[in-house]
Design a binder for this molecule. Structure first.
Ligand SMILES: *[C@@H]1O[C@H](CO)[C@@H](O)[C@H](O)[C@H]1NC(C)=O
Length: 183
């Protein structure tokens, strides 16, 4: 099954592997919240849908009409998370096995903190050193609780939700085998 990310509107189950699972989408949606028209987020960045950051004025790059429906926001989110998942897939060593819940927690984190932060994070470095992933997540994720130098309750809660998701057992491997499966 193949794949140009830009064409991949649906992220699907393939064998026992899931690109991002429903629990991940639910977590991101709940933590980002939904807005139907571009509006400032807690640090004043204009965003729309489930945390899509506007790249140009009034999110002119978004092809879906405003106000967004829940469905179009869902499509936008699924497209938006692809580069963050790809960055994780490229940054986390192929020798490290990550299950679908752990993967989802990391994608949620990455979507929130950005690709540069991922690349330079002690979280990824420790995973790549072969430390126990659950311990790494428990110790590293909570530190990512501020935006623009200000600690935000919303980010504390999000990190807690990510640590929880990370700890839910799953036999579905997401990394290194199944990260590039799109419909
Ligand atoms: C994972 O697989 C093992 C062995 O088949 C099984 O005992 C266990 O319940 C499974 N865990 C989950 C979370 O599905």
């Amino acid at each position: 099954m193949i794949v140009l990310p830009t064409l991949g509107l649906s992220l699907v189950r393939a064998g026992s592997c899931i690109f991002v699972n429903q629990a991940t989408l639910d977590l991101i949606k709940e933590r980002e919240g939904f807005v139907s028209i571009p509006s400032p987020d807690p640090v004043g960045q204009p965003t729309v849908g489930y945390g899509h950051q506007c790249r140009v004025k009034d999110c002119g790059e978004v092809t879906e009409p405003f106000p967004l429906s829940l469905q179009s926001a869902d499509r936008l989110l699924k497209r938006d998370i692809v580069p963050f998942a790809q960055c994780l897939a490229a940054t986390i060593s192929p020798h490290i096995r990550i299950n679908s819940n752990q993967w989802g927690a990391l994608v949620s984190w990455a979507y929130n903190v950005g690709t540069e932060s991922i690349k330079h994070s002690s979280l990824v470095r420790r995973l790549n050193n072969g430390e126990d992933p659950e311990r790494v997540a428990r110790e590293e994720l909570p530190g990512w609780d501020n935006a623009g130098g200000i600690t935000l309750l919303g980010l504390i809660r999000r990190r807690e939700a990510e640590v929880r998701l990370f700890g839910i057992p799953s036999n579905n491997t997401a990394h290194p085998f199944c990260t590039y499966t799109y419909l």
